[in-house]
Design a protein around this ligand. Sequence first.
Ligand code: MN3
Length: 211
Amino acid sequence: MNSETFPFKLHPLKYPYDALEDVIDKKTVEIHHDKHLKSYVDKLNKALENCPQFQSWTLEKLLKNGFMLPNFLQCEIIKNGGGVSNHNLYFDILKPPCECNMPVGTLAKSIDRCFGSFYEFKKNMQKTAENQFGSGYAFLASDKMGGLKIIPSINQNSPISLNMYPIIPLDVWEHAYYLKYQNRRSEYVEKFFSIIDWERCEEIYKEIIRI
Ligand code: MN3
């Protein structure tokens, strides 16, 4: 898992800003990564600045052990630590659009086992994302044994705080889609499935079940 600790960095994208075009426009990716994610990184570092005893903790440890933190820091970690963790994963599991985009390997088998079929999974994930009231996510997440669940989440709350391991964070904050789709969230959600990097998701899933 990620061993990064304070001070956290804004990591560059693995692909050009226009790589997701036709699904997510260049301007949205630029603002989402360079402004929104950067702001979460800066605020997370600011919150940890005066808490040297927690500066050696990874983001995963901070999110998982919120109860051990002073109240003010716990609130900042949920908002900004969640914001960093969720967005790092979001940008990590996307790739240029592909029409016949399907899960692969162990994760594909587990999706069939846990949801019946890929199409059932997709339908449930879409419904969860579309029905999220206000800002938040639909997550595909796994437990340590590889059991998959779709988890609705408000604001930047991370499944890590529920002892689950996120694989796909479907960001339905308006900043993720509004420039191109305006109020048509369901269209963005449908198209999101063509830019999921299932090879990368498989790597992440294998790391989780190896823990
Ligand atoms: Mn976002």
